[in-house]
Design a protein around this ligand. Structure first.
Ligand SMILES: [Zn+2]
Length: 170
């Protein structure tokens, strides 16, 4: 097994215990991973400043490289984002289904009360014009099945029945 002596702790260690560095003659950093980590921890500020300086000095080069990468990966990014959108859409649909189910469980009573009130109001306003409107809507199939409630239909039948009886008694 290939070994190397660490420049810091002076231990003879397997070469896999050293980070790779293509600029070094043997292709590895002079200190072992442990020593390097320790050094990096102790010199966090120094490293940060070094990186900042490197960026400032090589700003144009780095930006150019980033732009080139972005351009080269445009298609890839497009697909990636489209995929992400699809995934999120699926998730979103699932969540709204769960929400809908929950609402469905909790709402019926509230909805019934609302319906009842709406029916009462509709019955009070059960003018000929209103009935004509409903009938017209129905014949055009614009009406959704839940727009006419049973109470309303019953009332309508009753009105027709009364009118007929009045006519018969004339
Ligand atoms: Zn070491």
């Amino acid at each position: 097994m290939e070994t190397k002596k660490c420049s810091k702790c002076k231990k003879e260690l397997p070469i896999t215990e050293f980070y790779k560095d293509k600029y070094r003659p043997d292709g590895h950093v002079s200190s072992c991973k442990m020593c390097h980590k320790k050094w990096a921890k102790e010199n966090r500020e120094v490293i940060k400043i070094r990186h900042q300086n490197y960026y400032l000095k090589n700003k144009q080069k780095i930006n150019k490289r980033n732009n080139e990468w972005n351009n080269a990966n445009k298609e890839h990014r497009k697909i990636y984002h489209a995929d992400l959108y699809k995934k999120n859409k699926k998730r979103h649909n699932k969540l709204s289904k769960i929400y809908y189910k929950k609402q469905k469980k909790e709402l019926p009573k509230q909805l019934q009360n609302y319906r009842k009130k709406a029916d009462e109001k509709a019955i009070n306003n059960l003018t000929d014009r209103y009935i004509k409107q409903i009938v017209r809507k129905q014949s055009h199939k614009e009406l959704k099945f839940n727009e006419i409630s049973n109470t309303l239909i019953k009332t309508k039948r009753l009105v027709i029945k009364i009118k007929r009886e009045i006519n018969n008694n004339k």
